[in-house]
Design a binder for this molecule. Structure first.
Ligand SMILES: Nc1nc2c(ncn2[C@@H]2O[C@H](COP(=O)(O)OP(=O)(O)OP(=O)(O)O)[C@@H](O)[C@H]2O)c(=O)[nH]1
Ligand SMILES: [Mg+2]
Length: 306
């Protein structure tokens, strides 16, 4: 019989992914655990459109978190692509964090995901009850009970990304499920997203602020080029394109005399400068890509592959 305590490995490393309905706080939670903004977040559902990796470094472990788009019954080809991206991510991780907000009753959308997880296989699933700062003690207790009845979870952890409450417990619970392994990434590295992707996401985040209804879903951003200004080492020129689906949306995003678009550009530029630590000139154009969410050719052009 081996001594259990001495069988704990010196170092663990591996992958966890966060899944859940749109807007339940997956990206905010990843950012809070990583300690920096890796993924953009917003109050609009369906903000995340890529499987973005954030890396948590600890003396005893390296936890790579894969944040995924909100899972829901798709209504467009883009929605279908995003759902299949989430489902394929589930098969590639050591542990799954299923996020459910403390302040909303469990609904059809959550059950839909629970069924997908049950069908996906043997990977352990930890239920993460998010946004606990928005719920009272009784509401949290009732939610923990409801979650425990939804499926057979490895653990149920209530957290708040906003207040930082129990984030350490969640990290411990996820890391416990990782295999013994040397680190997968070099120390200090917080994400493996290419800079161009991070930059296009920051532009999209700035564009999401203040728009309503269907418009957030219709916005896509592509960075065409990033290069140092000739003869200068302190200035980066970034050429980017924002796409919307209809001319009426283009008018809204541009705003009266171009004021909205200028605002978006300057907010994005500040975020990009903070990320890259250099001054930035941002050339942001806007074009109509008619109904791109439903068009396979345009989706490919925007980086959503099947
Ligand atoms: N009060 C509070 N708000 C939170 C917390 N976590 C996230 N939010 C808010 O909830 C909204 C959605 O957060 P996101 O992290 O973008 O949610 P998501 O699950 O990644 O959404 P999708 O990418 O659209 O699937 C944002 O307005 C966040 O500020 C939390 O712990 N407390
Ligand atoms: Mg997200």
């Amino acid at each position: 019989m081996g001594d259990v305590s001495s069988s704990a490995p010196d170092f663990r490393a591996g992958f966890a992914c966060f899944v859940g309905r749109p807007n339940v706080g997956k990206s905010t939670l990843m950012n809070a655990l990583v300690g920096t903004k890796v993924a953009i977040t917003s109050s609009k559902p369906q903000t995340t459109r890529r499987a973005i990796r954030g890396i948590v470094h600890r003396p005893d472990a390296q936890l790579v978190i894969v944040d995924t788009p909100g899972l829901h019954r798709p209504r467009t080809l883009l929605g279908e692509r995003l759902d299949s991206l989430v489902l394929s991510t589930l098969t590639e991780v050591d542990v799954i964090g299923f996020c459910l907000p403390a302040n909303e009753p469990i609904g059809k959308g959550d059950r839909f995901i629970a069924e997908k997880l049950a069908a996906a296989g043997k990977t352990p699933v930890v239920a993460v009850v998010t946004k606990c700062d928005l719920a009272g003690h009784e509401q949290i207790a009732a939610q923990l009970l409801a979650v425990s009845q939804l499926a057979d979870f490895a653990e149920i952890v209530p957290v708040s990304a906003q207040s930082g409450d129990r984030l350490g417990v969640l990290a411990d619970v996820l890391i416990d499920r990782l295999p013994a392994s040397p680190p997968l990434y070099e120390g200090g590295r917080l994400t493996d997203e290419p800079e161009q992707v991070l930059v296009s996401e920051l532009i999209r985040e700035a564009a999401l602020e203040g728009v309503r209804d269907e418009l957030p879903h219709s916005i896509a951003v592509v960075v065409d080029e990033m290069l140092p200004r000739e003869g200068r080492d302190d200035l980066l020129d970034i050429y980017a394109h924002m796409f919307v689906e209809r001319p009426s949306q283009k008018a809204i995003v541009i705003g009266h005399k171009g004021t909205r678009l200028r605002d978006v550009g300057s907010r994005a530029r500040q975020q990009i400068e903070a990320l890259l630590g250099t001054r930035v000139y941002l050339d942001l154009r806007i074009s109509v890509a008619k109904d791109w969410q439903r068009d396979p050719k345009q989706l490919r052009r925007l980086g959503f592959y099947d």
